[in-house]
Design a protein around this ligand. Structure first.
Ligand code: PHE
Length: 486
């Protein structure tokens, strides 16, 4: 069965796509990861680089993925195959679709564990498990929560089941309906938390920490982390945005929707920082605490404040919802591929995917207890999933998407889909041809240990390289196109 016989599902409401894509983008990445890496890499300078990466790489790649989805009207595998075929390219490019689908699936396998932390902390807040706990107790609680596989497994299983229940209901009745109340609810909760933070006494310090640019704290590692996080936080190269784009009505403007999603995502990350850091500073804690930042220090801080339990509950409800609206987008690609190609119903596809997902995520969950010693090259299974997806598959996928759109596809195709004015189109083309690929290559060069990229010193070199690449690329582009046709 293919979608040719049956019109593909589409978002029902005007806001359907924006809400769902924002729901996908806004997640643990914004509320858990962004504050803690910002803390680790020193604040304002990191934030500035992150914003630049969103603008220069994230937004152009996101537009491209949505355009692929809408033009190809299918899962990443089918959509990429169709757009490439339309331009006379080879079938090898559909590997890009396979990798994206696999990447979304792999991310969910470890994401379910972190989302499970959030669910279990909500439960702990509700049952008063943190009452009277000290800082050391918090570390102990976090470790104890991980140590028992039945406990931790219960929560990650719950995440998988709820995700599959929503996805199994379909694009409109499941995904669109759930995000249409979870997203506004989340924003309200976040706003309340910021107000709360504003009165906690640490707001000014938090503001300075996030927004004062101190070039001295710029490290090459921080800049690489900023670029990697731009991919993760916008849900790129993992099939999520592309598949959601395949349900986008033909009239919707891709550039406008992309800008709304990216702006909302960035805003929520900054808001999360403004909600979390005041509490941290007001309680004399360090912002550079690492992944435990929200799970170890926040509950402690909440305990010490008036109405803290109530706000703690609010916080973990919000975090759990943010995680769910992201997790549903990670499997939508696989479910859509199964229903389009294997003639199974959406429900069957969802539960089939769910079972495999449950097995793999359980293995990831065991990395925190039973299988903590099963490491390969110093990483356990959970870390491998995270490392492979965010360090390799997402940047590689992003590179592929950018080169495919920039050099291989017929230019009318993207021009049609994007509907940009000539000047914006030229800017987009420059971004996908040169800016994004160079940025991504820099990550790889650093990741492979070929060279440490010291941006602080080498930015002139990088600009020069960009100019050179642009010159050579523009001269050679017909030839490049032929070479990349595959
Ligand atoms: N963007 C999500 C977040 O910030 C994570 C995500 C990655 C979602 C890949 C979908 C696909 O938490």
């Amino acid at each position: 069965m293919t979608t040719d016989t049956q019109p593909r599902a589409q978002w029902l409401g005007r806001w359907g796509f924006v809400l769902a894509a924002t729901g996908s983008a806004v997640g643990l990445g914004n509320i858990w990861k962004f504050p803690y890496i910002t803390g680790e890499f020193g604040g304002g300078a990191f934030v500035l680089v992150y914003l630049a990466c969103i603008l220069a790489v994230g937004i152009p790649v996101m537009m491209t993925e949505i355009a692929f989805g809408r033009r190809g009207r299918g899962s990443p595998v089918d959509a990429v195959r169709r757009v490439v075929r339309e331009s006379g390219g080879g079938s090898a490019w559909s590997l890009l679709g396979w990798m994206a689908m696999l990447c979304g699936f792999m991310i969910l396998c470890f994401y379910a564990v972190v989302a499970g932390w959030s669910f279990s902390y909500l439960w702990k807040m509700l049952t008063g498990a943190f009452a009277g706990a000290t800082g050391d107790d918090m570390v102990g609680i976090f470790m104890a929560n991980n140590a028992n596989p039945l406990n931790l497994g219960f929560w990650s299983t719950l995440v998988v089941v709820v995700t599959m229940l929503i996805v199994g209901k379909g694009v409109q009745a499941g995904i669109e309906r759930s995000v249409s109340w979870m997203m506004p609810g989340m924003v309200v909760m976040l706003a309340i938390l910021i107000l709360y933070g504003a009165f906690s006494g640490g707001f000014g310090e938090a503001w300075r920490f996030l927004f004062s640019f101190n070039a001295g704290s710029l490290s090459s590692e921080g800049m690489l982390a900023a670029l990697g996080h731009a991919f993760f936080t916008l849900s790129l190269a993992s099939g999520a945005i592309l598949t959601y784009g395949s349900y986008l009505p033909a009239r919707a403007s891709i550039s406008r929707t992309t800008l709304s999603v990216a702006a909302a995502d960035t805003l929520v990350a900054l808001m999360a920082g403004l909600a979390i850091f005041p509490i941290i500073f007001a309680n004399g804690m360090s912002p550079g605490e690492g992944p435990g930042l929200i799970f170890m220090s926040l509950p402690l801080a909440f305990q010490a404040m008036p109405l803290g339990t109530l706000f703690g509950i609010l916080f973990f409800v919000m975090l759990s919802m943010a995680a769910l609206t992201s997790s549903i987008s990670m499997v939508e690609a696989t479910v859509s591929w199964l229903t389009d190609n294997k003639g199974v119903s959406r429900r069957t596809a969802a539960w089939g995917t769910g079972i495999v997902l449950w097995v793999v995520s359980t293995l990831a969950m065991l990395s925190f207890n039973v299988a903590a010693d099963w490491t390969l090259a110093g990483r356990h299974f959970f870390d491998w999933l995270d490392y492979l997806t965010s360090r390799w598959m997402m940047p590689l996928g992003g590179l592929g998407v950018a080169l495919l759109a920039g050099f291989v596809l017929k230019s009318e195709l993207m021009r049609d889909e994007l509907g940009l004015s000539p000047r914006w189109y030229a800017l987009w083309l420059f971004a996908v041809r040169y800016l994004a690929p160079l940025g991504i290559l820099v990550i790889f060069v650093d990741a492979l240990g070929i060279a440490r990229v010291e941006f602080g010193l080498h930015w002139r070199w990088l600009l020069g390289l960009l100019a050179l690449l642009t010159l050579v690329g523009e001269l050679a582009s017909p030839r490049l196109r032929r070479a990349l046709m595959g």
